[in-house]
Design a protein around this ligand. Sequence first.
Ligand SMILES: Cc1cc2nc3c(=O)[nH]c(=O)nc-3n(C[C@H](O)[C@H](O)[C@H](O)COP(=O)(O)OP(=O)(O)OC[C@H]3O[C@@H](n4cnc5c(N)ncnc54)[C@H](O)[C@@H]3O)c2cc1C
Length: 237
Amino acid sequence: MMNADFAHAMTTLVPDTARKRWTDRRIASKSFSCSTFMLYLGIEGTLPEMSHHTIAFSPDYARNVAEIDAGQAPEDPTIYIQNASVTDPSLAPEGHSALYVLAPVGNLTGGVDWSAEAPGYREKILDRLSRIAGRDIRPLIRTEVMYTPDDWQSKMAVYEGATFILAHNLGQMLTFRPRNRFEDLDGVYLTGGGTHPGSGLPTIFESARIASRLCADDLGLPGRRNLTTELAREAAE
Ligand SMILES: Cc1cc2nc3c(=O)[nH]c(=O)nc-3n(C[C@H](O)[C@H](O)[C@H](O)COP(=O)(O)OP(=O)(O)OC[C@H]3O[C@@H](n4cnc5c(N)ncnc54)[C@H](O)[C@@H]3O)c2cc1C
């Protein structure tokens, strides 16, 4: 049962010649989702004026999306800020806040050198965050973790750093994705966002149910007992 990112695991764990349908070439030809540039910040002080969720759109959103599609680091990014400490102060030590800042950026297919880009990008995001917070955030930072598309690939084994995995477009949805009873290798079952039926957390849970059901069927185990009628019908098909 394989839950690791499909594209990364196949291209690094299984020799290309062992795969008939999902070859390295075919995988590389697919379209992959965007990536994210992240700052996880531990801040001294509270930010009661900042909501739990804030989305600050790029002033030129069409350009922002085009840059992401082209695999670039957007010049003027859209950012999502989560200030969850306003809802649950226990998420940080007393008098402190935990901030999560996400900027959608292009995945690694665009060739951005993130080791060179990251320090400037961090400044850009902190400038934006400070404007929204109404004060310079920098002197308040006590802990910080930064994640770039490179980190998603090298530390979290995500193919091309595409955090939302194999893109979820019409030509790559449902039956067009790698199947849960993997057609290229006997006895291998796939689950996760890069497989059937698709990405997004509820869909990913569904892929786990389908994969475990198929595995249980093949092993002659009573895996179907707890399934909904809909899933049982799909199994019959
Ligand atoms: C910052 C961020 C924000 C997101 N926000 C949302 C959101 O709001 N809504 C949403 O639906 N999705 C969101 N996503 C996407 C979502 O988190 C992923 O699509 C989802 O977690 C993928 O689930 P998965 O089970 O396929 O893979 P993962 O959760 O990545 O699990 C794969 C596991 O396999 C392990 N692994 C990898 N290689 C090996 C190996 N060789 N051996 C053993 N284990 C291995 C990994 O360590 C990992 O634990 C977000 C992602 C990120 C990064």
